[in-house]
Design a protein around this ligand. Structure first.
Ligand code: SF4
Length: 354
């Protein structure tokens, strides 16, 4: 049985962050509770006991607002629809302020075994700019509580592109991160967000800070495996690798994107239409134009530092030849990859294939 991933989108947050483009609504416990049976219904609609699910990812939104019993009920629904592996990687995205020892123990007991915590920065100035609901102490406490609750696989998110960030503040972030020793780190560049009066976007500064982050993480023992992702040996996200390696993944919840039997789909990004479809026994998919499989292979695969098998570039010989000559692509054993020093130019490089 070929393994698949399962993405579950929980579209509620305590507040809507000004820089966030994910589909979400402001959390009201009553709405969230009435939404969960819809997710369970969609899981039933997508039932396929022939799919072995070896990774589950609760994303959002803020799935750390889920009560442990609700997370357990969703996992039970998943196990009724698919062959859910006993050793599946089960990740839950979490905001530090939502975590408490009791909730973490409950989530761990429910079967969640990996946390992806949205730290963003350990500098109060950065957190105030982002209007986050936590401070640096809450992030440090969240990691400690997660360890106490038995989480041996923790990922922390950091953000680059915040107006007050400097090489020094990044160094302080990585010093603290080194002490916390998460198994995995994601580093995102904030883009297209409104900046305070007088602040100018500076892609050059962001690129400098990104490469500083790469070097700091290498020194701390993390390997850079995808544009934004770094892992200790053996700790790359099993779930997210499926996206980039074009392995199958089921997705449920409004706006969630899946890839099954070589077909991309996306659920409607609208709670009303989502509920209507699912209640009526229909898959809540939005109409979408299928991507050309050869293009998709290149566009998703080149995000990985390991690259893609050279044969995947056969339909694009001319473009690949030019990019190799100009060193925007390099050969890596049997693969072709974007070199880490040029990975921030990925979007420009991908334009050659679209
Ligand atoms: S908490 Fe996360 S998902 Fe929710 S609005 Fe903020 S950044 Fe977006």
């Amino acid at each position: 049985m070929r393994p698949a991933g399962l993405y579950v989108h929980f579209p509620f947050c305590r507040r809507a962050c000004f820089y966030c483009h994910f589909f979400k609504r402001v959390f009201r416990p009553r709405d969230a509770a009435s939404f969960l049976p819809l997710l369970q219904r969609e899981l039933r609609l997508r039932r396929d006991p022939g799919l072995r699910v070896d990774s589950v990812y609760f994303g959002g939104g803020s799935p750390s607002l889920l009560e442990p019993g609700q997370a357990a009920a969703l996992l039970e629904a998943a196990a009724r629809s698919f062959a859910l592996d006993a050793g599946a990687e089960v990740t839950l995205e979490a905001n530090p302020e939502d975590l408490s020892p009791a909730r973490l123990r409950g989530l761990r007991g429910a079967g969640v075994n990996r946390l992806s915590i949205g730290v963003q920065s350990f500098q109060e100035r950065d957190l105030r700019f982002l209007r986050r609901g936590h401070d640096a102490a809450a992030s440090v406490a969240a990691v400690a509580m997660a360890r106490d609750a038995g989480f041996a696989n923790v990922s922390l998110d950091l953000m680059i592109g915040l107006p007050a960030q400097t090489a020094r503040s990044m160094e302080l972030n990585f010093r603290l991160l080194g002490a916390l020793r998460p198994e995995h780190v994601s580093v995102y560049i904030l883009e297209n967000a409104p900046l305070p009066a007088g602040a100018q976007p500076s892609p050059e500064r962001d690129a400098r800070l990104y490469h500083q982050a790469r070097r700091a993480l290498a020194v701390l023992g993390y390997s850079h495996y995808e544009v934004s992702n770094f892992a200790r040996p053996g700790r790359a996200s099993r779930h997210n690798l499926k996206y980039w390696r074009m392995e199958p993944y089921i997705a449920v919840g409004p706006s969630a994107a899946g890839f099954l039997a070589g077909r991309d789909y996306r659920d409607v990004a609208d709670l009303g239409r989502y509920g209507e479809a699912v209640r009526g026994g229909r898959l809540p998919e939005a109409r979408s134009k299928p991507l050309d499989p050869a293009q998709r292979r290149v566009v998703t695969g080149l995000r990985l530092l390991e690259g893609i098998p050279a044969a995947a570039l056969d339909p694009f010989r001319e473009q690949a030849g030019f990019l190799l000559k100009e060193k925007f692509l390099v050969r890596r054993d049997e693969n072709i990859a974007v070199p880490a020093q040029k990975i921030l130019l990925l979007n420009e490089i991908l334009e050659y294939f679209i």
